[in-house]
Ligand binder design. Sequence first.
Ligand code: BGC
Length: 474
Amino acid sequence: MSVSAAAPSGPRSYQVRTWMAAAIAGMGGLLFGYDTGMISGAQLFIEQDFDVSAGGIGLVVSAVTAGALVGALLSSGLTARWSRRAVIALSAVVFIVGAVAAAAAPSVAVLVAARFVIGLGIGFASTVVPLYIAELVPVASRGSMVALFQLAITLGILVAYLVNAAYADDGEWRAVFALACAPATVLLLGMLVLPESPRWLFAAGREDEARRVLETLRDPDDPQTARELEEIRATVEADRARPRESLARALTSPLARMILVVGIGLGVFQQITGINTIIYYAPTILGKAGLGTESSVMATAGIGGLNFVATIVALAVVDRINRRTMLIGGMAGMALSMAVLAVTFAVDDFDGPLRWVAVGSLLAFIACFAVSWGWGFWVMASEIYPLFIRGQAVSIGNAVQWTANFAVSLLFPILLAAWGGAVLFSVLAGFGVLALVFTYRLVPETRGLTLEEIEREWRRRAGVADDAAAAPAA
Ligand code: BGC
């Protein structure tokens, strides 16, 4: 293709192409959200069909997070060998297999196994999709493009809440599972036609292809395109020039350790500050706050809707406001909302207006989360890791995040019964305060920096020379 072919309507068509790619890859997020949201309703009917114990239902619910944790860990090995696109395509196939098996499950044991397989697919997708998008898009819109992944998660949750409501009368839980095959198929077909990550191609020694891909996604007339290609080349070459060291050694170097602490901290704090106590258990919390079943279901749908709408707002501003400002401001609101919720449970007089204060604090928490840590974790996870550890580090960070998700979703009902809402929500608010300190002290600003500039900033902080490898552990 000649360079002049790009002008003058060119830049827009490059943008459209990049957005399309990000949107299709974002289907991975939709699947993730759908499976997070659907089980809250489906479990009621599964219970009736199989006459299963509470423990059995707990397994059906949490098998997805366990699978996702294993999937996130396995993606480390996969991304080291396979291209980003291949791993995403695999996640779609695994997902379809799991969804079909779940829809046809003759017993609870098969259902739990199928949910675990679905989780594997989600673990692969949640690790590699944000990575792929970040490596594909121009730096100026990287935040909003990766935040698309979060938008897709929230859309998936909302769709699941609505599908649950639609099927509530006839208890058709098998159809609710089977429906998830549609976005998985779009994701699979998308991966057959979308371009490979140019950064991955470059690192794999396929430089001509990398250049060709970049030139279909960027305006060749824009000087920034040549600069981006040079930056990628410089990083890959510096990486190649480093003495080879084992993965374990690379990951335990002081530089990698410093970055992993931040990446893991972001994932853990995203989870232990309480988001999924609301996403999975909103009807339970609302029931305890005195709402009837119907009002609880309505309020839960409202929570899903607000989560989605607030994420759209976030998407509009994510590349205009510093990441740190949003993370700190959002977490302050989240911790405050949890503290207010704790107070309502301490007063424990839900006959009057206090119940609406409780509902309001849940909604406030969701809105604050959606504009900050919802997209924040995924965006930061896709951009803070240097190329030499990116695939492995994202996978470790995500696995720990899924572990935290698993622990919270498993422990919440137990601790709510044992401690009561006042204590439990105070603890979650306390984690919010810790998250504030952590973000203020350790999380760097990444907005507007290329992935290569971010790597240089880490090296500066760690006192490691630019061209040196992650210095071997002392
Ligand atoms: C979190 C999920 C959560 C969802 C809610 C995501 O960023 O990782 O655990 O359920 O946001 O919108």
